[in-house]
Design a protein around this ligand. Structure first.
Ligand code: SF4
Length: 433
């Protein structure tokens, strides 16, 4: 492929999920009273609710949500003037009753996931409420990625504007779990119930808004990121972003801010083999990325001119944004011998400050839960990891990733850092009023 062919970065892990359930491997349909329980309800409010699996009683009655958990759910919907089976549809992560509380229920969810995907494509819900870990595990790999952590603790309460299915995705507790723990851990159950109430209320509010309407090209990384491949272009692009930041007709509370990001050969900069591979910049209007080789190779005059443009940008008074800014600062000091002027926002620190749960601060997770971005980067990021703890072992980026894909990936990081910072600043300002 040539340098400018369309990148493979946008090819999402979710696109590898098929549309045919693996019933021959699963076989649960052979041992239950109501095999392959149909989606239940009229869905007048466009809300699809996903539970774990039919209970013994559900299976016998041929209908979901017949137990105590169903009652809690009905009560909370009624508080919002909704009826479970008039206003919502109900389905499960596994649509046949499991024989026992199967240890390998994760496998069953994977086998049955195509049923949920097909249901969403058929019904086109405005809101999908995920009740508990199994429902979360069923849908998240399709709309984002399979990263293995589907705990309610991590996912509960987000209202995710999923670009993949054009629906709000609202994970919360499994109410059956709330019913089962009633009376045992009173304080915790009370807190969980209050949170469940709030989660249902927020999901219902989302169903009253206009339907999400993302087009498949709207957030195409190839459209967002300009790839720069010559020294005159580098100078031109830095001039452009600095001019846009200083443009008084562009003034709003976010204007003047810029995010930048490096892709590097390893984590730490201070060894003779540590190298910057690429740099990207975004001010929300213009996003570009270029290979760092243009700064360190070529004629003396070209190198000096390109380096000057980078330094002018990093030392400009405009506020800078990064995800984990100490990483970028450390590489700038080591490779350019200067400090970044006017750091303004770190999206990782802000994510932690806004919500102190574990496993939620990464740019990729935040871009998904706050902006609904699908996984656009697994083809690149998997080559960043290695087992080395020193931070100096080289990653596999140079060996395995096409330069074009690396630059698009790098550019998207800056773009998402800028967009995420914008949201976080709004949330911060709102929290102060
Ligand atoms: S649970 Fe799903 S995958 Fe398993 S047999 Fe039933 S329909 Fe098929």
């Amino acid at each position: 492929m040539t340098f400018f062919e369309k990148s493979a970065v946008m090819t999402s892990a979710s696109e590898q999920i098929g549309r045919v359930p693996a019933c021959a491997a699963c076989k649960l349909h052979k041992s239950c009273h109501t095999p392959k329980m149909k989606v239940y309800g009229k869905g007048k409010s466009g809300i699809l609710i996903v539970g774990r699996a039919p209970s013994e009683q559900d299976d016998q009655l041929g209908k979901p949500a017949t137990g105590e958990g169903g009652k809690i759910l009905r009560d909370e919907l009624a508080r919002n003037q909704l009826s479970l089976f008039d206003d919502c549809w109900f389905t499960h992560a596994a649509i046949c009753k499991p024989k026992i509380l199967a240890k390998d229920f994760g496998k069953i969810i994977n086998w049955c996931r195509p049923n949920l995907v097909n249901t969403i494509h058929d019904l086109q819900p405005k809101v999908v409420i995920l009740l508990g870990m199994e429902a979360i595990q069923s849908l998240i790999p399709y709309i984002w990625r399979a990263d293995g952590d589907y705990s309610e603790e991590r996912w509960k309460g987000w209202n995710i504007p999923s670009q993949k299915i054009n629906a709000w995705v609202c994970p919360t507790f499994n109410p059956t779990f709330l019913a089962e723990t009633e009376g045992r851990f009173r304080n915790i159950v009370e807190i969980n119930k209050k949170q469940f109430r709030e989660h249902i209320k927020q999901a219902v509010l989302k169903s009253q808004q206009d339907r999400l309407n993302y087009s498949h090209t709207q957030n195409d990384p190839d459209q967002i990121v300009d790839i720069v491949e010559t020294v005159p272009e580098i100078i031109q692009y830095f001039d452009k972003v600095l001019q846009e930041c200083g443009d008084s007709s562009n003034k709003n509370e976010f204007s003047g801010r810029m995010a930048f990001d490096f892709e590097t050969s390893c984590l730490k900069p201070d060894s003779k083999n540590s190298r910057i591979l690429s740099m990207s910049v975004s001010n929300g209007i213009t996003t570009f990325a270029f290979p760092w080789s243009l700064i360190v190779t070529g004629t003396d005059s070209d190198r000096i001119r390109a380096r000057k443009a980078v330094v002018r940008f990093l030392r400009s008074p405009y506020p800078k944004i990064a995800a984990n800014l100490k990483f970028e600062e450390r590489w700038v000091r080591s490779k350019l011998g200067i400090r970044v002027r006017n750091w303004k926002w770190d999206t990782v620190l802000a994510a932690h400050w806004l919500d102190y749960r574990e496993g939620i601060t990464s740019l990729k997770f935040q871009s998904f839960v706050q902006m609904g971005y699908p996984d656009f980067e697994h083809k690149v990021s998997k080559f960043m990891d290695n087992d080395d703890k020193s931070g100096y072992a080289p990653n596999q980026l140079q060996k395995n990733v096409r330069l074009h894909d690396l630059l698009i990936y790098n550019g998207m990081d800056s773009y998402l850092e800028f967009q995420l910072a914008k949201l976080q600043i709004q949330q911060y300002l709102k929290s102060k009023t």
